[in-house]
Design a protein around this ligand. Structure first.
Ligand SMILES: Cc1cc2nc3c(=O)[nH]c(=O)nc-3n(C[C@H](O)[C@H](O)[C@H](O)COP(=O)(O)OP(=O)(O)OC[C@H]3O[C@@H](n4cnc5c(N)ncnc54)[C@H](O)[C@@H]3O)c2cc1C
Length: 129
């Protein structure tokens, strides 16, 4: 009998397939943006989601890898039993920083809603009605 691998876990397997779908969606979205750029056309709303989705997707991929590796996944800084030189843990934390840096995910969603989709502006505290 062979030892069970991470892909034998139906929950991890399901999450992997979902992430694979999101990676493919981002890939074809990027190709669409490339086509716009080559034609000299503005990307419009389509360009706004790249930072939001890209950073979150990176983070989710790393989270899944860490979970699949169990307690060994969190090791880095040349720890004795670290995997892949601790790259997944490093990227997990780095991608969290990127979700915040350059405008947090919440701010990005506001920008997409207000400037991209033309939704009403979020009420500002100092605004008089
Ligand atoms: C890795 C990293 C690199 C960075 N590099 C740079 C850099 O090179 N140059 C630079 O100038 N800055 C840099 N920053 C700072 C970064 O731009 C800010 O941390 C980021 O814009 C968030 O601002 P803040 O920390 O003041 O949080 P705040 O704006 O105080 O936000 C705190 C919380 O409130 C939420 N929030 C705030 N306003 C709204 C709103 N209107 N709607 C909904 N939610 C809201 C946020 O989502 C967040 O959860 C970096 C940050 C990180 C993590």
């Amino acid at each position: 009998m062979t030892a069970a691998g991470a892909l034998d876990d139906p929950v991890l397997c399901d999450r992997l397939v979902q992430l694979q779908g999101q990676v493919l969606a981002m890939k074809y979205h990027a190709l669409r943006l490339l086509t716009c750029a080559l034609k000299g056309e503005p990307a419009g709303v389509a360009g706004l989601i790249v930072k939001l989705n890209g950073c979150q997707l990176n983070h989710d991929l790393c989270a899944l890898a860490l979970e699949a590796m169990g307690e060994l996944g969190v090791l880095y800084h040349r720890a004795k039993y670290e995997r892949a030189r601790g790259a997944w843990m490093y990227q997990y934390l780095f991608s969290l920083g990127l979700i915040i840096g350059g405008g947090t995910a919440q701010i990005q969603k506001n920008i997409i809603g207000e400037r991209g989709l033309g939704l009403p502006r979020e009420p500002r505290g100092e605004e008089k009605r």
